[in-house]
Design a protein around this ligand. Sequence first.
Ligand SMILES: Cc1ncc(COP(=O)(O)O)c(C=O)c1O
Length: 362
Amino acid sequence: MNYPVKVQLVEKSRREGLDFGSLPFGKTFSDHMFVADYKDGEWQNCQILPYGDISFAPSLMALHYGQSVFEGMKANISTKTGEPVLFRAKKHAKRFRISSERLGMPEIPEELFLEAVKTLVYLDKQWIPETAGSALYIRPFIFATDESLGVRASTSYKFIVFTGPVGAYYPKPVRILVAQKYVRAFPGGVGSAKAAGNYAATLKPAEMAKKSGFDQILWLDGLEFKYIQECGTMNIFAVIGDTVITPPTTDAILDGVTRDSILHLLKEMGIKVEVRALGIQELTDAHKAGELKEMFGSGTAAVVSHVADLCYKDVVYSMPDISERKIGPMIKKTLTDIKENTIEENNGWVTPAISSILEEAN
Ligand SMILES: Cc1ncc(COP(=O)(O)O)c(C=O)c1O
């Protein structure tokens, strides 16, 4: 690796005695983290440290003007080799670069991103849960660290990666509410970046939806309120008749790694797929005609999350029981099997977490 890394390991792991039986999402963190600084035009001061607090001045720019992007990816233990494997790490590294660039931040070289991720996963492999559907969640993020109130791009940044074991994100099929007033992203905005502020904008409407008994919001385009975009932190698919339809990724929709993987797999399986604008009216008409067979969301955290009910303009459109669905359950199983390395895939998506940082440190 082209970047020297100082490694400071924990004296005693916190892993012992932890119950992996019921893991709430994103509440348990593994022993180590990776930290690097961007200063004077280059990435430097790369370190592996025990996971822990970092202190900052109140004038930290990320806190005021929101220059902050993140990634979310997963590692599993291969059921074949017993070693940790990553799913589509390169695609996440690329999206991280694209998100950072959109927010006016320096790009992380893919080598640095991948080495940081692989090293942490390898170091903390005893934190990877092995029960079906669970995984080690990996959270790389970058944020502005200049101490200044001037509105401009920061000149210094921090890149951090940490990990934690997770169980299923949405254990049950979800009830979704179609947005009527609020909008997640507009053309020309930052909707296709994994920018922290995109999530902040959705929290209040999501809380309101929860109070009304829904798990997530199905976002519509902000211009005409006609076309579906995404659902919570997932891309969205509908099965109408025998065709799977999902909207194209624009600058208002995140280019989901799971979405891309599902499109590949569906094509490989010979299932009819259409990537095109999908109107909410078309969905409700298809439901009335008995043609809306399934809807599901896709994302790293959720993998595939079946939609139970869709509520639009106070009318609830209920989907068939999971036992009557074919495509969503099948694609969920295939993806999980690929991630756990239980079945072969020929796309180079599953790669071992081998760390050259640790090899060089030895
Ligand atoms: C807004 C949004 N859309 C879609 C996704 C799904 O993307 P991926 O499959 O890469 O996790 C996510 C989750 O990362 C998300 O936050």
